[in-house]
Design a protein around this ligand. Sequence first.
Ligand code: SF4
Length: 422
Amino acid sequence: MSFVSEFNSLPGPSLAQKSLAAGAAAVRESLAKPRPSLADFANLISPAAAEFLEHMGRRSHTITQQRFGKVIRLFAPLYLSNECINNCRYCGFSRDNPILRVTLSLDEVKREAKELKSQGFRNLLLVAGEHPKFVSNHYLRECIAALHTDWPGLSLEVGPMETADYAPLVAAGADGLVVYQETYDRKVYADMHTAGPKRNFDWRLETPERACAAGFRRLGISPLYGLADWRFEAISVAAHADYLLRNCWKAQLTISLPRLRPCAGEFQPLTHMSDRDLAQLVCAFRLMFPDVGLVLSTREPAKLRDGLLPLGITMMSAGSHTEPGGYTGAGREKLHQTVRGRIVELGASEWATVGRASSRAESGDREKNSGSSVASPHQNHATAATGQFQIADERSSQEVAELIRRLGYEPVWKDWDAALTA
Ligand code: SF4
């Protein structure tokens, strides 16, 4: 039985309602249990449990140190392509957004990876929009094969595939797959995904199971907070994690905590999740899942990331760019606009005036691609592909590593070696 069947009988909305109505006594009872159930988890994320946040934080901190040690694993996203055939209303790469797009060549991918390696990273997340023409399975396999000798940790965040299509990517050296469900609310999901294969909710929901069957040894899941009620999303992803721990037990599981960020298309979050809610959720996940990795990206601002880190976070990105070529300027000379999935050559239109400013690495410019500026024919100074979203923590990877040390943790750049599988 796949998670879809379990999810269909999950009383998610009623658990979310019970969470809102929970009192202090119910929270105390749930906190006393060594193995909280899903109903206990709903109590732990309740408004009433906010009064227990300090206590939850201390326990979450202790459990995390017992299970993971005093280390924070670092990774970097490397965007291969911002082409996409899906329309997701909250995403800068959405098919109908008139943005500057590019797919990096193999040499450009290697150039980006080399820069990240020089910063110390050994754990890479290859990210791409869903576009079979530009981001084919063959292209992904070539990228993985070219990188895997130098990169002991290679995860993918790309369009969902069949198990048979994942298997060659695992054989080429990819070891992790990250797939956000975006929202577990079927109605909101249908409203948000207006075109493309991503409209199929169930197909996406079963992706981690197909990835596990193909041999990926790390799986990452999450909703994107800001689309539906955050408590419903949290209860749903907790149920999903519980299912994967029971059925895909050979793989390590991570849960990410992404909140919506500004992006091209200027989509505004539909629901609010406060910083305090986020802190409470980190603690609740840790109390429910002592061994699951919790991932915090540069979507959150520096100060908040520093504060959340000791509560239960085990993995962070740092110094991130969300546009292809963001680390070295690779691919800037072949930027183009794609209209409804078809390339419009800049040289054949007023877009030809788009400049080719020097790369961030060349200029020392620390400004990140904003992701919110939709390129227009009136702009003649665009310098990079459009990013997926604005990042909030703009510190360099070295600054983040230094902060981790100052907090008494060890930044871990490499957490796996292929020799360990021999
Ligand atoms: S969220 Fe993913 S699938 Fe949707 S538009 Fe963005 S890159 Fe494409």
